[in-house]
Design a protein around this ligand. Structure first.
Ligand code: 6PG
Length: 235
């Protein structure tokens, strides 16, 4: 069930971050929005981590103020970040109070600056140790929606979202960034996601209609953590 998946996800994330910390330097985590990961964030509070060296980013953000209940930053702060000793400087939120163009440019610069400090990274975005993703019932992840342009040349973009009445205007990382991650973890629960999961993992390849198929990390791994309801239509 959801709690079991959250517990497994928290253990996986903590293990990956600990492994990164043991390699030396910082550990980096891209957080997902939506409601599914909140239980995982709550369990991550108790993880034994050197938070002083953990850096968090967001896979996407709604263009609302940071204290808005619809803000992914707000949700992560309330469920995780305010409960752990993570330095403010390690919290790389999307600066949604700027105008949209400046918000995108600022986030891209935050990504570049962090990547530059990683001797193993030669791109303008981090090699996230873990990138957490949810999946919409329509098959979207982050704010990468069905029908959107498959080829992307930029790490960050502003998009219009039309999903469950959630805030329309978003900023999202693109597959360029997720596919550079060391480990992408999809966390998906609920029967309303079963068709989207089956399409994403099914034999029919159509990345335009099934955006999660765009997640093909060059060197990294992809793990799908599903409850039985979300996995119900898998062959
Ligand atoms: C967001 C997320 C989005 C989310 C899916 C699933 O900002 O809403 O980035 O991609 O992960 O819509 O949302 P739930 O976990 O709430 O079903």
């Amino acid at each position: 069930m959801v709690d079991d998946v959250a517990a497994e996800g928290a253990e996986l994330v903590a293990a990956e971050l600990r492994a990164a910390l043991e390699r030396g330097g910082a550990a980096s985590l891209a957080l997902s929005g939506g409601s599914t990961p909140l239980a995982l964030y709550g369990k991550l509070v108790d993880a034994d981590l050197d938070w002083a060296r953990v850096h968090v980013f967001w896979g996407d953000e709604r263009l609302v103020p940071p204290d808005d209940p619809e803000s992914n930053y707000h949700a992560a702060r309330e469920s995780l970040l305010r409960h752990v000793p993570i330095p403010e400087a390690n919290i790389h939120r999307v600066q949604t109070e700027l105008d949209e163009v400046a918000t995108v440019a600022d986030y891209a610069e935050q990504l570049r600056a962090f990547a530059q400090a990683d001797p193993d990274c030669s791109s303008s975005w981090p090699l996230f140790d873990v990138a957490l993703l949810g999946l919409g019932a329509d098959g979207h992840f982050a704010s990468v929606f069905p029908g959107s342009e498959v080829e992307c040349l930029v790490p960050v973009m502003a998009v219009d979202a039309d999903y469950e009445g959630r805030p329309a205007r978003r900023v999202t990382l693109t597959p360029l960034v997720f596919n550079a991650a060391r480990h992408v973890v999809f966390l998906v629960t609920g029967g309303n996601k079963a068709a989207a999961v089956a399409n994403a993992l099914g034999p029919e390849q159509d990345p335009e209609r099934f955006p999660a198929q765009r997640i093909q990390p060059e060197d990294g791994r992809v793990t799908w953590l599903l409850d039985s309801a979300a996995a119900a239509e898998l062959e």
